[in-house]
Design a protein around this ligand. Structure first.
Ligand SMILES: [Zn+2]
Length: 468
């Protein structure tokens, strides 16, 4: 069992990280230069190249045991590595992913997406923020301690997060591989630059398809329109019942609560969503309640002829797919059932709808107030010299639920190097180097603070060096 390096003050950690930044930046530039797109139809070679580079970085940072996790089904290799800490030290699992979404909208980028470009203190490129900066931050935190961290560190870095992978549901099948006291899920970031944020909730998601058929075939609307039951009109009428006049969801049985943590101001939200000047937003209540702790219903697809080339006919059938976003603590299936009930009870023009429940994904609500939670808030505040806030994420991260099921006792801590303005999955994705630096500091400070809480609880650990 190796000794941990001696305890460092936060100021010392900041100095060390500042000294590491040129190297970390160069490594991030190298990693972003590898177009590791995991989406089907893209070549596998870049994924393996990114994997290879990360294995090399881990080895350079002093990790002896690096291996690929072999799981059933086809997926990009999942890197598993472990760095033992001092005797009695807690185990912290660090998760992130090295794959990226494609950047097919090259014309919208100000610099080539797969050549990291440094402008105004930021590094632009696909994957800079989601999530290669987070991988670099994890490895940077290990380097702070010369590869001998005050906690046992387990790395789990996968390569197929953006495109459904069998790994999404794997952890509960081999929970011992993921056993940890705390997990840092580094696939997120802060609400905005300068405001360190812990993500404590993720909304769930459910799909519902609604359809109806009213005629044998489409009929000329000059001859039949006015009396023939129009499937498309009936569907539109049904969809219009999902929201009230102000745009709040009008379906019974969906959990909604005020959001108590940090949130975007209305102005910030308008900027981020690129809402056209002078237009109202949907719904009522705080932005956090509308986008995180309340339901949202979006009609994401509807079968209808395009306007150009439309023929004059009454529609014989119509179909729409609805995506429901669910309060983090409401089971997605329960919320889905509420939406199905609402649609089944409708009779637009007296017509019955066929409603089919599709996929669901439960949301996530982190346990708060444990030693990991406290240490994370403290570390974030120290790294940024600003009080840390709590926020939720709009998108679901399936692996969080799988890890939570596999190791329910481990505190899940979601924070990272990026921020709400990073434009992940969009053109000109970027990470601010200053935020990356602070994220490295936060992880290193977290390791020490978290180790200390275990020292206090485990008297035997006093024998381990560096635990005073
Ligand atoms: Zn991601």
């Amino acid at each position: 069992m190796p000794d941990a390096s001696p305890l460092l003050s936060t100021a010392q950690i900041k100095d060390v990280v500042a000294g590491l930044m040129p190297v970390l930046e160069a490594e991030l530039v190298g990693l972003v230069g590898i177009p590791s797109v995991a989406v089907e139809g893209f070549p596998d070679e870049p994924l393996f190249a990114a994997h290879e580079m990360i294995v090399g970085l881990l080895t350079d940072a002093g990790v002896d045991e690096v291996e690929d996790l072999l799981i059933p089904g086809k997926t990009a290799p999942v890197i598993r590595a472990c760095v033992p800490g001092p005797v009695g030290a807690p185990t912290v699992l660090l998760y992130s992913h090295y794959d990226v979404v494609p950047a097919d909208d090259v014309e919208l980028w100000d610099s080539p997406p797969f050549e990291a470009d440094k402008r105004d203190g930021a590094l632009y490129g696909r994957g800079t923020a989601d999530s290669k900066a987070n991988i670099i931050a994890m490895i940077g935190a290990l380097r702070v301690f010369g590869g001998r961290p005050p906690v046992t560190v387990k790395f789990v870095i996968e390569g197929q997060e953006e495109f459904g992978s069998p790994f999404d549901t794997y952890p509960p099948e081999a929970p011992e591989l993921f056993a940890a006291d705390a997990m840092i899920i580094a696939d997120v970031g802060s609400v905005r630059p300068g405001s360190p944020t812990l993500t404590v909730a993720l909304r769930g998601s459910a799909q519902v398809v609604v359809e109806l058929t009213t005629l044998g075939t489409d009929k000329h609307n000059g001859l039949y329109g006015g009396a023939a039951p129009d499937a498309r009109l009936a569907l539109i009428r049904a969809l219009a019942t999902l929201h009230d006049e102000s745009g709040d969801v009008a379906v019974e049985g969906l959990l909604r609560e005020p959001w108590a943590g940090s949130t975007y101001t209305e102005e910030e939200f308008r900027t981020l969503a690129e809402v056209r000047e002078g237009l109202p937003l949907l719904g009522s209540g705080g932005i956090g309640e509308r986008i995180w702790s309340g339901p949202a219903i979006t009609v994401t697809g509807i079968d209808a002829p395009p306007v150009d080339g439309a023929v004059n006919a009454v529609a014989s059938s119509a179909r729409a797919v609805i995506n429901l976003r669910v309060h983090p603590r409401q089971p997605a299936a329960q919320a889905q059932a509420a939406l199905v009930r609402h649609l089944q009870a409708l009779r637009p023009f007296g017509l019955e709808l066929t409603v089919t429940a599709g996929e669901t994904g439960d949301g996530f609500a982190a346990a708060q107030g444990g030693p990991g939670f406290d240490a994370a808030l403290s570390a974030l505040s120290q790294a940024w010299d600003a009080p840390a806030g709590l926020m939720a994420g709009g998108g679901s991260i399936p692996i969080v639920m799988a890890l939570d099921t596999a190791v329910p006792g481990a505190e899940k801590l979601l924070f990272g190097a990026t921020d709400g303005y990073a434009n992940i999955h969009g053109p000109n994705e970027r990470v601010l180097l200053d935020e990356l630096e602070k994220a490295v500091v936060a992880k290193a400070v977290f390791f020490q603070e978290y180790a200390r809480t275990f020292d206090a609880r485990t008297p035997e650990a006093d024998t381990a060096e560096g635990s005073k």
